[in-house]
Design a protein around this ligand. Sequence first.
Ligand SMILES: Cc1cc2nc3c(=O)[nH]c(=O)nc-3n(C[C@H](O)[C@H](O)[C@H](O)COP(=O)(O)OP(=O)(O)OC[C@H]3O[C@@H](n4cnc5c(N)ncnc54)[C@H](O)[C@@H]3O)c2cc1C
Length: 424
Amino acid sequence: MTSLQLLLWITAAIVLQLAIYLAMGFWRHWQTYETLRTTVSEGGLPVKPHADPPEPKAVPAAWSGWRYFQVTHKVVENATGDICSFHLAPQDGQPLPAFLPGQYLTFQLDIPLPDGSTQAITRCYSLSDGPRANSYRVSIKRAPTPPHSTHPPGRSSNFFHDHVAVGSLLQVRAPAGHFHIDRSDAPVVLLGGGIGVTPMLSMVNWCFAEQPGREVWLFYGARFEQELMALSHLEALAAMHPNFHLHVCFSDTDPNTTLTNPYQRHGRIDIDLLRRLLPLKPYHFYLCGPTPMLASLVPALEDWGVPDARIHFEAFGPASVKRKSAALATPAPAPEGDTATATVSFAKSGQQVAWQPGSGNLLDFAEAHGIAVNSGCRSGSCGGCQTKIRTGEVRYREAPDFDPEPGSCLLCVSTPKSHLTLEL
Ligand SMILES: Cc1cc2nc3c(=O)[nH]c(=O)nc-3n(C[C@H](O)[C@H](O)[C@H](O)COP(=O)(O)OP(=O)(O)OC[C@H]3O[C@@H](n4cnc5c(N)ncnc54)[C@H](O)[C@@H]3O)c2cc1C
């Protein structure tokens, strides 16, 4: 054997050893990856035990009914000028209860009518900052007239923008809502579309005040940069906390233009983007935004294998986003004694009408029979249509966000469970 042949043999042996070593390493990693993937898709990854202080106490309905708040600051939040924040302090000067980041306030406004009278309307607005001892903040987007329509622009939001000023007094219900961030140290992905970013801001601000080490991803979708609110605040947080990952998506920009920052991207927030950017971890996902965004992302997350219990979402109106699991489930048979049709009596107006399954919720049903009902969100959040039940029972498809008082129901999300007499 020549020395060249010997050298070749030695080189081949080294290459072979290296290849075996690499193959073994790859195999070990592949097995870990597969185990992790299976566990995640079965929803079995343990969320780390809470090492933090106990859950903040959101004193349930800290006050009942309406409390007066004064506007202390009014701040235009974006370049297009259609989002305005209102900072509110209680008129009675008493401390404010804690709330859970993601919850909302309910307002009752007396909107002046052309004939000199006023109309009371009820609307919900998410708290858009972390809890503070003596003030709340909400951020409100003007609802314009929809394109090609002659309908008037949104009443509450435009009233806030045009008529509510520093010093104005507003009637406010206590913070409420079941859509809020949990207090564990599980990593979270927050997805806010348009004005749906408001509860996310509350969550982000609370997290970095209370849990600065928590892994937080924020995907903020808007049509273009001028629409964004709180951008410099979010950029400052991202610069300060390497565990805060900010991504801003523009749905209405020219894809050929170069965006100014690396965290900005063209296009909507979609599942491909999430799959590309998110490492494989047991994230909790919190979503709030327009119905099409929720309707596409919620099932896509489910298809990706995110367990139901880790997907939390809220729509700012009567959205019909359904979880796949709920859609697939066979409807439960009506409990014994439930009627398919029911007689609904409206006590004050003296009407008795037959309700059938196709008649819809009790709010639509009452309005269809000419009964005037106060209502707001039409999604079980604001309590505007809360009505006393004199006799009978109602059924909710899902537990409403607003907890009705005992003996009352929320017409907008309920149907009769038996013959009913309502105080209307
Ligand atoms: C839990 C929750 C939290 C929320 N948080 C926020 C928040 O943080 N920030 C925020 O800005 N919003 C938020 N909202 C939405 C908010 O409550 C209002 O729905 C929103 O401000 C629009 O109310 P409005 O009175 O201005 O508009 P509305 O008067 O209710 O009108 C809504 C739209 O319908 C159009 N319209 C008027 N009449 C008709 C008609 N006859 N037919 C068809 N269309 C018509 C209007 O032009 C307008 O575009 C939240 C909602 C919920 C339920």
